[in-house]
Write a protein that binds this ligand. Structure first.
Ligand SMILES: CC(C)(COP(=O)([O-])OP(=O)([O-])OC[C@H]1O[C@@H](n2cnc3c(N)ncnc32)[C@H](O)[C@@H]1OP(=O)([O-])[O-])[C@@H](O)C(=O)NCCC(=O)NCCSC(=O)C[C@@](C)(O)CC(=O)[O-]
Ligand SMILES: NC(=O)C1=CN([C@@H]2O[C@H](COP(=O)(O)OP(=O)(O)OC[C@H]3O[C@@H](n4cnc5c(N)ncnc54)[C@H](OP(=O)(O)O)[C@@H]3O)[C@@H](O)[C@H]2O)C=CC1
Length: 428
């Protein structure tokens, strides 16, 4: 719809009640009554929570919430909540988790939950000397940072260390200070930002420079999690399939075009759990892809090999910045339920589960790719979406998707053709 007169400059939009904002947008965009009704439906999110989570809210958008089954991680069974818009991801995760139940299942281990906060200092003369002076004052700076978060200290977290770097830039040398904080069960961005802002004036005084950025780094290299698994080749379809999975893994090691897709498959699982538990998934994605590039060349986050006994072995390593307190994790009512279903007790345990899910997700995709191809399983599950897109409702959704699957013609135009035939009462 062409609307030449509409302007996006809406002063004070944020001050209006949600219903009024929606009325304005509906009028400007020509939304029908049904469209307004659909958009205004907040699903399981109470209006006051929706309106405080983000700004300028006019409605809600619901994604399905699913449970991936079969996960055994460090000998414990987990029901894994996933929220995602893509067909076949949940089925694939459950499928591969079933193949990785051998022994203790998938093993996973995360290190300390330390975040890095950066304080960027400019206009420093004699930067080498000033860097030494910062190190000299380290205990005093850490002590001041500590005082910013008594709750965190109560849970055994707090500032741990300080690192100083001098970087050459086109405006001369700048000092970058890293404040390292054990954030325990929080994602930790707010926590460490508060500390960075609190210690910045001390750093200005010591260096005679000016503090500019005082912000968390999402390159969470002190929050690395590793997961690994070993399973008899028969679980994945035999030694031949296991070897082909290894070949697929090797392609990702030598070719960044493949590595990016390989890692996208891993993130299918990790981000789906992140969404279900209301994590900051942008932080997770940014950190993961930076880590994949840490050698200067984009690499896969996971590796698959075949060992001397013919077992398929896989491993994954990435930084994960996740929390079970703070952010939206305890605000969104569904995220709270997701954490209860998952039954994790710490942020460390959550990151171990997420790494294990990423590894399983990757296995499912590689196994499909080296055997029947991705489209068979994926498109079979996508057939229902195509039927709905074509306009099918009720029983016709299953009838049309089953017909497309049985004939191997899973396409939108065919779904439309079938729907028209059914609606005309013609036999298909
Ligand atoms: C789709 C399957 C699982 C079918 O696989 P299948 O062999 O036809 O399944 P099955 O009927 O033998 O069932 C095996 C298990 O899979 C699960 N399962 C099976 N069907 C369902 C279902 N409908 N709903 C929920 N779970 C399902 C379930 O756990 C089941 O065990 P059971 O419960 O029967 O004991 C398989 O083909 C597969 O794993 N495909 C991989 C699909 C995939 O990776 N999708 C991600 C999207 S594609 C993408 O974005 C990433 C990619 C591929 O580009 C990444 C890359 O290139 O690396
Ligand atoms: N670049 C980025 O990634 C940025 C992200 N963000 C956002 O920051 C949010 C996450 O920050 P985060 O600091 O986790 O959020 P919060 O500030 O909401 O939560 C952390 C706080 O929870 C309290 N707490 C209670 N129990 C525990 C426990 N067991 N372990 C640790 N802390 C505990 C602590 O103190 P207390 O009770 O005193 O608060 C702690 O400071 C996300 O919403 C993210 O999107 C913000 C800015 C930048």
């Amino acid at each position: 719809m062409y609307m030449p007169e509409r302007s996006s400059r809406i002063q004070g939009f944020y001050k209006l009640p949600m219903s009024e904002r929606l009325r304005i947008i509906a009028e400007m965009s020509g939304l029908t009554g049904d469209e307004v009704k659909t958009l205004s439906n907040l699903g399981n999110l109470p209006v006051e929570i929706a309106d405080s989570m983000i700004e300028n809210v006019v409605g809600g958008m619901t994604y399905p919430f699913a449970i991936a089954t079969n996960f055994k991680i460090n000998g414990v069974d987990y029901l894994v909540p996933m929220v995602i818009e893509e067909t076949s991801v949940v089925a694939a995760a459950s499928n591969a988790a079933r193949m990785l139940r051998y022994g203790e299942g998938i093993r996973a281990e995360a290190g300390p939950q330390e975040m890095i906060s950066q304080i960027h200092i400019v206009n420093v003369t004699a930067p080498q000397y000033k860097a030494m002076r910062i190190i000299e004052a380290k205990q005093e700076i850490l002590e001041h940072a500590k005082q910013q978060d008594p709750t965190l200290l109560k849970y055994g977290g707090g500032p741990r260390d300080l690192e100083v770097r001098i970087a050459d830039s086109r405006m001369g040398p700048v000092i970058i200070v890293h404040l390292i904080v054990d954030v325990r069960d929080a994602m930790g961005a707010n926590t460490v930002n508060t500390m960075a802002e609190a210690v910045a004036p001390m750093l200005e005084k010591i260096t005679g420079g000016q503090a500019r950025l005082r912000i968390v780094s999402n390159y969470a290299t002190r929050r690395i999690v590793r997961a690994w698994a070993r399973t008899p080749s028969d679980e994945v379809g035999g030694l031949d399939v296991a070897r082909k999975i290894m070949e697929a893994s090797i392609l990702a090691e030598i070719d960044p075009y493949r590595a990016v897709t390989h890692n996208k498959g891993i993130m299918n699982g990790i981000i789906a759990v992140a969404l279900a538990t209301a994590q900051d998934h942008r932080a997770i994605e940014a950190g993961a892809h930076a880590y994949a590039s840490r050698t200067g060349c984009y690499k896969p986050l996971s590796y698959w090999e075949v060992d001397e006994q013919g077992f398929l072995v896989g491993s994954i390593e990435l930084p994960l910045q996740v929390g079970i307190v703070g952010g939206a994790t305890r605000v969104h009512p569904v995220a709270k339920i997701a954490l209860k279903i998952l039954n994790v007790k710490t942020a460390k345990e959550l990151s171990e589960v997420m790494a294990a899910v990423g590894l399983a997700q990757n296995l499912a995709a590689l196994r499909a790719l080296v055997t029947e191809g991705i489209q068979k399983g994926h498109m079979r599950l996508h057939a229902r979406n195509l039927a709905i897109m074509a306009g099918a409702t009720g029983d016709l959704i299953d009838k049309i998707s089953e017909k497309m699957i049985s004939e191997g013609r899973i396409r939108y135009d065919y779904a439309k053709e079938l729907l028209e035939k059914y609606l005309r009462g013609e036999s298909t």
